[in-house]
Structures are given as C-alpha cells and as structure tokens.
Design a protein around this ligand. Structure first.
Ligand code: NAD
Length: 407
C-alpha cells in the first residue's frame, strides 16, 4: 500500500459508483467515526514517569462492534491508525462478520522496555481507553509487537477497572485466559481454504507448485497444510533470504532448521534464492506472506505465477494490480485471503459471549465454512460485475456496510 488510506478511498469510490451509493454514505465512509488520542503516564524501572502517546481509531460500527488490533511501534502515526481501521472495516465486512473496523497503536519501541515496563504500558493504555472498549463496543486484538500475553495483561486491567468479568472485550488471548483453540494456525489455514476454493473455480489440478515469501506464523501454517494436501512447496524465505528446491521442501523440517539456526537459509538440499527472485519464479501459486508493497510496478511484469494469494497485508500495490490483471494473473486480495485470523477472533468472541468452548477441530470446521462462504460471495460478485477479486471484495463489503448504515 503506497498510501494505504488513498488506496482505500480509491477502492471506496469505485465500489460506490458500481453500487450507485448516496454521497452522504460515501462521506461517512471517508472518515473515522471517532478517533481517541491518549497521552498516558507510565512509570519506568528507574522510577521516572514517561508520557506515551497512543490512539484508537473507531472507523465504522454499522455491522457490529469496532474490531482491530493494537500495534506497539515507534512509527505508529495517527493517519496510519486511521487507514488501518478503515481497512479492518472492509476486512470484517468481506468476511461477513458482525464487526465494524477499528485499530489502535502506541508510539513506542517495545524492544527498549523491560517486561515490567511493557506490562505497565499495556495496562496504562487500556486503563485510559477503558470507557471506549468492551465486548459490544470495541474489541481489540494483537497486531505488530503485541501478543497473547499483552492481551491477557490488558484484559485483566480492564476487568479490574470495570469490576466485571468480560473475556470477550478483546481477542487473541492465551487459551488459559479465554482464547480460542486454533488461533495460531488460523490465518495460514484460512488462506489455504480460500486457495482450495479458488483452484476449484480455476480448474487448476495437482500437482501444483507454491513459492512463499515470509516463513513466519502465517507462511509456515499455509506451507504445512498445503504440503500435507499434496502441493509442492518449491521456495520459502525469511528476512535473511530464500531457499529453492524444484523437487519440493518439507515445511516442518525447514521450521526445525530455522529454529536451530535462526533462518531458513542453508537448509540442506536447497539452493539459495533472493527474496526478489523468489517472487519471479515460474510457479503455480505465489504467496507473499511477509511485507507490504513487494509486488509493485517495477517487478509486476516479471511475475510468472498463475495465482497470487495475498497473505501479507498490502503486498501488491495498485499499479501492480493493473499489470497483474493485464497478464491474466488471478490475485486474491488480502482482505479475503488473510481474513482467517479475524474470523477466528470472531469465533473466540462468540465462545466468550456464550461461555461454551470448542475443541480445535470444531473451530477449524467453523472457520472452513465461514471462509468458503466469504470466498463464494466475492467470486460471484467478481463474475457478476466482471471485475477482479479485489474490486469485488470492496463492492461486497461496501454493499453490506452501506445497507446496515441505511437501516
Ligand atoms: P511473523 O513475524 O511471524 O513472520 C514474518 C515473516 O516474514 C518472518 O519469517 C520474517 O523473517 C519474514 N520477513 C521479514 N522481512 C522480510 C523480507 N524483507 N523479505 C522476506 N521475508 C521477510 O508475521 P506473521 O504473523 O506471519 O505475519 C505475516 C504477514 O501477514 C504480515 O503482513 C501480517 O500483517 C499479515 N497478517 C498476519 C495475521 C496473523 O494472524 N498473524 C493476520 C492477518 C495478516
């Protein structure tokens, strides 16, 4: 996403034209409903107090409580938080969840804090935000540099301030604190379910090859489940570089190697490949699962895959979209491809609200059903409107949101 909010507005206006939306609705979807800016004190280990700045952007709640992660990063910026909250609004609507979109962030380099300082920062942020969040109001989750432990600290602090038990106030908690089984696998697995449905529509039959950029949580689980299903994983990479073997790689063994050495590189029986060259391999399926903007106008013409599954957020720029379209490459937009994570957050929230907890196979079955439905809705819209899957996803999302707003 070159400028993520600009991309959002462009997609919004295109969808609005197709849907013949009232200008009043478009105007409301171009700004966040509420932006909370917080300046909160945190006691450091040296006894001094430091003021930190944080945000929570509540973009739209027509479909349900605001939903979106909290990011701890030194580059957090008001505009970025707003853009990400708009994008969450679309993602939740694409996945057909009863959630709106939100996003939070704190300007901090968490690596410079001790564990105790990080805990106090997390508690202070949520304490200051306590009146603006809640299971039926705004439901945060982990994002960059936040994790289940931080969610557990935040939930405990919120419950202390509010004097209630409310595990559904946020998601991405550890299972011991009310989290869902299967959240770790959810984004990669959800992406696989989407891929499986797409290949049926495209009538692409095995044997099929996959190259994956980014062998982290999402990339690993996609690789593992695809490998078990008979796909050939020919290339994998991380921030240090990539590995290639046309005969196929075994994700679990590569993971063991990465855990031992810190990287996938130098995995036995594989050739080195750069992250740039990995994207240009002649494979059936290319999966960017690391960073944004990796497929852009400078390399889009060199992409040879038949399908691009966007598991990272914003890996393909708007300029590259046009080039891929011209080449007949089918790309599954991030808002659909990686929505398995937020869909499982919704399953966590449902379990919290009902007090009934499901074993992992039940969670995966429900995730599968929900992903198939999301895919089919977008696929049908793309056929009906004769547009690519990204445009179709925005049309479906804006249709659902605007319908709820009109009501
Ligand atoms: P992660 O931190 O577990 O893994 C990221 C991987 O990318 C690591 O292997 C890292 O080495 C690699 N990487 C970093 N810089 C790279 C570079 N320059 N070239 C190639 N690889 C590089 O993160 P994750 O949770 O797997 O998330 C990956 C992407 O998926 C991100 O864009 C994230 O926003 C998106 N996403 C994640 C989730 C989720 O549930 N985890 C949900 C939705 C979207």
């Amino acid at each position: 996403m070159d400028n993520p909010f600009q991309s959002y507005l462009t997609q919004l206006n295109q969808a609005a034209k197709v849907l013949k939306l009232d200008q009043q609705i478009i105007d409301q979807l171009a700004v966040p409903k509420r932006l909370v800016e917080l300046n909160f004190p945190v006691k450091l280990d040296n006894g001094k107090i430091k003021i930190f700045k944080g945000f929570r952007s509540q973009f739209n709640n027509a479909l349900g409580p605001y939903k979106g992660g909290i990011r701890f990063h030194s580059d957090v910026h008001r505009d970025e938080v707003i853009a990400l909250s708009a994008w969450m609004t679309i993602k939740c609507a694409v996945a057909d969840l009863p959630f709106g979109g939100g996003k939070g962030g704190v300007i901090v380099d968490p690596k410079k804090l001790s564990t105790k300082e990080l805990k106090r920062l997390s508690q202070a942020y949520i304490r200051t935000l306590a009146d603006f969040v809640g299971q039926d109001l705004d439901v945060p989750a982990p994002d960059v540099n936040t994790n289940p432990q931080i969610m557990a600290w935040m939930l405990a602090e919120y419950e202390k301030v509010k004097q209630i038990k409310e595990p559904g106030m946020l998601t991405g908690k550890p299972v011991s604190a009310g989290g869902s089984q299967g959240r770790t696998e959810a984004t990669g697995l959800g992406g696989f379910f989407i891929l499986r449905e797409l290949l049926k529509m495209l009538k692409l039959k095995p044997p099929l090859t996959i190259a994956i950029q980014g062998f982290g949580n999402v990339g690993y689980w996609l690789a593992d489940v695809a490998h078990q299903d008979g796909f050939k994983i020919v290339a994998l990479s991380d921030s240090q570089g990539g590995i290639y073997n046309p005969d196929g790689l075994e994700p679990q063994k590569v993971l063991q190697h990465k855990q031992k050495t810190g990287s996938v590189i130098n995995y036995s029986g594989s050739k080195k490949i750069s992250n740039e060259k990995l994207l240009e391999l002649k494979v059936d399926i290319l999966v960017p699962a690391a960073l944004e903007n990796v497929i852009n106008k400078s390399n889009a013409a060199k992409i040879k895959a038949k399908v691009v599954l966007e598991l990272a957020n914003g890996p393909v720029t708007p300029d590259a979209d046009k080039i891929l379209d011209k080449k007949g490459i089918v790309f599954v937009p991030d808002v659909l491809a990686n929505s398995g994570g937020v869909t499982t957050s919704w399953l966590e929230w449902v379990q919290n609200k009902s007090g009934k907890y499901w074993p992992k196979p039940t969670v995966f079955k429900k995730l599968d059903t929900k992903m198939v439905k999301a895919f089919k809705d977008i696929w049908q819209e793309s056929k009906k409107q004769r547009v690519n899957l990204r445009k179709a996803a925005y049309i479906v999302a804006i249709k659902r949101i605007s319908r709820a707003m009109k009501k």
